[in-house]
Ligand binder design. Structure first.
Ligand code: COA
Length: 331
């Protein structure tokens, strides 16, 4: 049975750097508070008029160049995002048009910070089943247009950034290579601990002046609850993945955790007793880019940690829903 292997990764972040210092001019916060609580030094924000699918398109072009593929080599698109260009259709279709590949199927994934792992699970299943042999999996986010950048929204606004990562997955028959397993979970009892209420189809019209005035159009987060669940669920699901494959933490070349908060990643590292060299973080530069976070960090980890054929790479995520998951990949 073929498995899904990473043929190439590509990333794209907007060129506009927003430092913590810039945020202090918009809300009551400080560089020291943000760095101490989250590890974030700066993030990227798009310029007005940029579309989520533009970021995904640029990331995809870079991945195609690296893999030496043409857009027409892509047999299916999976697009993970919580911040699509429009209510519908999903950004998979807009990306399909930008890539100039009419007819290629496009699936949209709505699983927030776990979106890339949910997408990876589908891509891997398609490839194992022989449905497609070459799949584009993108995670892309524009948070900056949806944040309350006043003091009221500071707990959320300082965390999130814009960016996209694209992975080209191909069928491999090489023994041992590729995605070993993906493990997914959700617990909807916590759906409103991290969510955006409006616009929503339960409202008529879907967004109202009252929503704008009350801040219901902005993400709301019970930060401490998210933190508490993230630091227990991510190590648990990484251990489950290792156990399933008869591996241990010592076998990991690198673990790339979803970049939610540097303190969360450090606690996951401690809980799994991993060395510093075994965990990759880049939240300092980009903040939390949600569905974009794992592919952006994975691309940098592969370069900076010299990941080579045969190395074991772990991925894990936790986010809104709550949803969480892990994957193990033999590079
Ligand atoms: N700047 C300065 N002060 C801030 C602030 C900011 N940006 N955001 C919140 N505060 C204040 C709060 O108002 C509160 O003030 P008070 O004590 O006067 O009421 C104080 O800081 C402590 O707030 P608290 O929410 O208890 O802080 P915390 O230690 O839990 O840190 C988070 C807040 C958001 C950084 C933290 O909870 C967190 O990272 N949670 C996980 C978030 C996450 O990963 N989300 C993405 C999931 S995918």
């Amino acid at each position: 049975m073929p498995r899904a292997a990473f043929a190439a990764l590509g990333t794209f972040v907007p060129d506009r750097v927003v430092t913590n210092e810039e945020l202090t001019r918009r809300m009551e916060t400080s560089d020291a508070w943000i760095q101490e609580r989250t590890g974030i030094r700066e993030r990227r924000w798009v310029r007005e008029g940029t579309e989520n699918s533009d970021l995904a398109f640029e990331a995809t072009k870079r991945a195609l160049d690296k893999a030496g593929w043409k857009a027409s080599d892509i047999e299916a698109i999976i697009y993970a995002s919580l911040s699509p260009d429009h209510m519908f259709p999903g950004d998979g279709c807009f990306l399909n048009a930008k890539l100039g590949i009419p007819g290629v199927p496009a699936l949209d994934v709505r699983n927030q910070c776990s979106g890339f792992l949910y997408g990876l699970s589908v891509a891997d299943a398609w490839i194992r089943a022989g449905v497609y042999r070459r799949v584009l999996l993108v995670g892309s986010e524009i948070h900056s247009t949806g944040l309350d950048v006043s003091t009221r929204g500071r707990d959320v606004a300082v965390i999130f950034g814009d960016g996209a990562g694209a992975a080209l997955l191909e069928a491999t028959d090489e023994p041992g290579r590729g995605v070993l397993s993906v493990h997914l979970h959700a617990d909807g009892r916590y759906a409103k601990e991290l969510w955006t209420d409006a616009p929503g189809s339960k409202y008529h019209p879907r967004v109202q002046v009252a929503h704008i005035e009350s801040g219901a159009i902005y993400p709301h987060m019970e930060g401490q609850k998210v933190f508490k669940h993230a630091i227990s669920k991510m190590p648990e699901v990484v251990r489950a993945a290792l156990d399933r494959n008869g591996l241990t933490t010592k076998d990991l070349k690198v673990l790339v955790p979803h970049q939610a908060n540097l303190r969360i990643a450090q606690m996951v590292q401690r809980s799994l007793e991993l060395e510093d060299a075994q965990v990759f973080n880049n939240i300092q530069k980009y903040g939390n880019t949600t569905a974009g976070s794992i592919p952006i960090a994975l691309a940098e980890a592969v370069e900076e940690r010299g990941v080579k054929r045969g190395d074991l790479v772990g991925l894990c995520a936790f986010g809104a829903g709550f949803t969480w998951g892990s994957a193990l990949v033999r590079w």
